[in-house]
Design a protein around this ligand. Structure first.
Ligand SMILES: [Zn+2]
Ligand SMILES: [Zn+2]
Length: 786
């Protein structure tokens, strides 16, 4: 060794923060360092991974570059800090024991689809895990769904009952092995097993549960399959009778089913798959991706799978069981959540056998427990980005980085429908998995248990509790009980409540999603939200930042005859709107009236007198009114159905549009002016087109174009008033792709910057993040940190 080389020798202390534990980071550092001839050490502590590397300056520099670029697939590096320290002359590289203690940071990663290396072993007859349905490694497999507590170690997961065999234990201990410290590592000798039982719980004869299950699927039976976060109900997607039977037994009249396909090639036979969609489909997160269906899908997929829908939700296999089942059946499979109608997805074995007995002909079970119910995530692509519509398995509990840190820890309780909650601390927010609609005891328990679980997992003791203003939301009641110390066994004391208006939370969620602060022109269009004036809002234009908002405009309120009944029966909204358009009675011969003649007069009178007919500015109800008017449907079976079907009906080539009047009003008690959008103009124009014999598909398109035009007009007026040039779009109505693409294109044309959702849903699933962002911003303001 020459003096030059010795002098060139350096030692660097490196710290890596982020999701870097339980994801194979130490073995990665070990093999990277040894391949570059570096000596030193690597270990875990409460802040993440620490390492010291020593060698030539060039090798250390290479190490630092490759550390970030070649990190293991499940790692999420947030920060790497390096400093030079004294050369010690040590030889060899070692993994040192973990340093315990202190405050916990993110230790648990999201569940991850079977990796390419494991798949190779799964299909290699010479491998000892050949066709083993629970194969996994440091780079893939169950995580969040099996973790009972932290630290993330096997005894605190649902793998605790399985003792590693000698060969698995050797892999687990070997830093050079892909299964080094992979907590769920197992094999056919020591790990979980599959079994197939009939609807009564009796074992189905046959040596191989996968082969027997595949045989049942091919013969048109309904199978309940225990997966990662719960049970799926599975049928052959090409089998008309099986799909229809599943729909009938599940009491799910119209909501589309997702389809599991073997690979991207199989997906491309059914749908248009662009590059962004392909990336989402094949990502380790493996969400359901909503894709435009190809005509060929009509031949390959039964009509009952996604009736009347231009899109199909496709998903690639994410567990070895899915891979084996798809290989054995060699056809697309329906994989929908294992529940009846709107109940939460079943995830405990006894409960699944009980609740799904009337639906499934057989159960493909296994003996690895699911600790936390986690639905499949749902995404689509928009503007070259993935846009999440339901954020759950594969995404949760990965933290969302906030634009600015929050001074004190926050719990945000979310909304009532599509509930999620959110815990925020410093610069991170952890948004929970999709909890569902907080309307039955089971979901409410998922909500309260989930909050307790996340608080433990992430070691967050909330000081602020954010909630919706709606006094009857169960999430609001929970927040109030928590603050009053009325929750049995809960140790939280002296938390501060922060009420956040629903549509302000939507706009704040969109800001947080984009790491922006505002102020912006916020357009929050959804079904229902409790307004600051106690009325039902839902077609709102807000001038908002993270701290506060001002209602600058809205849809002109109309009555909802029968209250909640008007949500379930869109024809009532048609009646209410027509009564506004035609005070002396609507034109003769309207089919919607004919279909509902029996109650029409009573409902119209209810609307006129305002008895049991609260006023609403809801955009969702306007879509409902037009959907019923043109004959899409009078009664819905799931939330938003009429609007979804109206979008599907619309002729996308139609360029015509209905004009809308926008007026400036000074509502009493507000001390200011608000722009009012006459939604009734759209209904009247639609009714006149209908009477003139214009096809419903054209009317649907002109209506969409009219709504887009109204939004752009109002944003233009607000830009003149305020000088603001950025618009944030949020609320469940913007799940409507036709509307959203129109609005974004036209606003962009007019020089606006447009923020849309990507990381969290624009629907109420994103509310909890918005609430947390508002609570954090107000706390910063109160402390003078802004
Ligand atoms: Zn793997
Ligand atoms: Zn083993």
């Amino acid at each position: 060794m020459t003096d030059d080389v010795v002098r060139d020798r350096v030692r660097a202390a490196v710290r890596v923060e982020g999701v870097v534990q339980g994801v194979g980071f130490r073995p990665f550092v070990y093999s990277l360092a040894t391949s570059l001839g570096l000596s030193g050490l690597v270990g875990n502590d409460v802040d993440g991974v620490f390492a010291e590397v020593e060698g030539s300056g060039e090798a250390v520099a290479k190490f630092l570059v490759r550390l970030e670029h070649e990190a293991p697939p499940l790692a999420r590096i947030e920060a790497v800090t390096t400093r030079a320290i004294g050369v010690t002359g040590t030889v060899g590289f070692v993994i040192v024991p973990s340093v315990p203690g202190g405050q916990r940071r993110t230790l648990v990663s999201a569940d991850s689809a079977t990796c390419a290396d494991c798949l190779r072993e799964l299909t290699d007859p010479a491998d000892r895990r050949y066709q083993y349905p629970f194969i996994n490694c440091t780079n893939c497999g169950p995580r969040f769904t099996i973790v009972r507590d932290v630290p993330y170690d096997r005894p605190l997961t649902t793998m605790s009952g399985f003792t590693m065999c000698a060969r698995c234990a050797a892999e687990y201990r070997d830093p050079a092995d892909r299964r080094f410290h992979a907590q769920p590592v197992c094999c056919p000798d020591c790990g979980p097993r599959l079994s197939l039982v009939d609807a009564a719980g009796a074992p189905v004869p046959g040596a191989d549960p996968i082969a027997a299950a595949a045989e049942l699927l091919r013969s048109g039976r309904v199978l309940a399959v225990k997966g990662l976060g719960g049970y799926h109900l599975v049928v052959d997607a090409g089998h008309a009778a099986a799909s229809a039977a599943l729909r009938a037994r599940k009491h799910r009249e119209d909501k589309p089913f997702a389809v599991l396909v073997a690979d991207l090639e199989a997906a491309r036979q059914l749908c248009e798959v662009d590059d962004v969609a392909a990336q989402s489909l094949a990502s380790a997160r493996r969400p359901i991706v909503l894709l435009p269906r190809l005509p060929a899908a009509d031949r390959l997929i039964a009509g009952a799978v996604a009736p009347g829908n231009r899109h199909l939700g496709l998903m690639l296999p994410y567990t070895p069981v899915h891979h084996l089942l798809l290989a054995a059946t060699a056809r697309p499979l329906v994989a929908t959540s294992g529940n009846v109608s709107d109940e939460p997805i079943a995830f405990r074995d006894a409960d699944a056998l009980d609740r799904l007995a009337g639906i499934a002909d057989a159960f493909l079970l296994h003996d690895r427990g699911i600790h936390i119910r986690t639905d499949d995530s749902v995404v689509r692509t928009f503007g070259g980005r993935e846009s999440v519509l339901r954020r759950s398995r594969g995404y949760v509990p990965e933290p969302i980085r906030l634009g600015r840190p929050v001074p004190r820890p926050i719990l945000a309780c979310g909304a009532e429908l599509k509930n999620t909650f959110c815990l925020a601390k410093a610069e991170y927010a952890v948004v929970s998995h999709h909890i569902g609609d907080l309307e039955n005891a089971e979901t409410l328990r998922s909500f309260t248990d989930g909050i307790a679980h996340f608080r433990r997992l992430f070691d967050i003791e909330p000081r602020l509790v954010a909630h919706d203003l709606h006094p009857d939301y169960l999430s609001t009641k929970y927040a109030v009980d928590l603050a009053n110390g009325d929750l049995a066994g809960d140790d939280l004391a002296d938390v501060e409540l922060v009420g956040v208006q629903h549509h302000h939370a939507h706009v704040a969620s969109c800001l947080a999603d984009n790491e922006a602060d505002g102020p912006v022109i916020g357009v929050a269009f959804d079904g229902t939200g409790y307004g600051a004036d106690g009325t039902i809002w839902g077609g709102e234009f807000l001038i908002a930042d993270l701290i506060s908002f001002e209602r600058a405009g809205c849809l002109e309120p109309v009555s909802m005859p029968g209250g909640a009944a008007a949500i379930r029966q869109p024809w009532r909204m048609a009646a209410a709107y027509l009564a506004v358009c035609y005070p002396d009675g609507p034109p003769a011969g309207l089919a919607v009236r004919g279909r509902n003649e029996q109650y029409w007069t009573a409902v119209t009178a209810m609307a006129a007198r305002g008895i049991n007919a609260p006023l609403t500015s809801s955009a969702g109800r306007l879509f409902d009114a037009v959907a019923a008017l043109v004959g899409v449907r009078d009664v819905i079976n799931y939330e938003g159905q009429a609007a979804i079907e109206l979008e599907q009906l619309a002729d996308v080539h139609e360029r015509g549009s209905y004009p809308v009047t926008v007026t400036s009003q000074a509502p009493p008690g507000t001390g200011g002016t608000e722009l009012r959008v006459a939604g009734s103009d759209l209904v009247q124009a639609a009714a006149e087109d209908l009477a003139a014999g214009v096809p419903a598909a054209v009317i649907a398109a002109r209506f969409h174009n009219g709504v887009a035009g109204a939004i752009v007009t109002v944003c233009g007026r607000l830009r003149e008033q305020t000088g603001l040039t950025v618009v944030a779009l949020s609320g469940g109505v913007f799940q409507n792709l036709l509307l959203t693409s129109q609005v974004v294109a036209r606003l962009t044309d007019q020089g606006f910057g447009v923020l849309v959702h990507s990381r969290v849903p624009c629907n109420d699933g994103g509310i909890s993040l918005g609430q947390a962002a508002v609570a954090g911003a107000r706390d910063r303001l109160a402390r003078g940190i802004y």
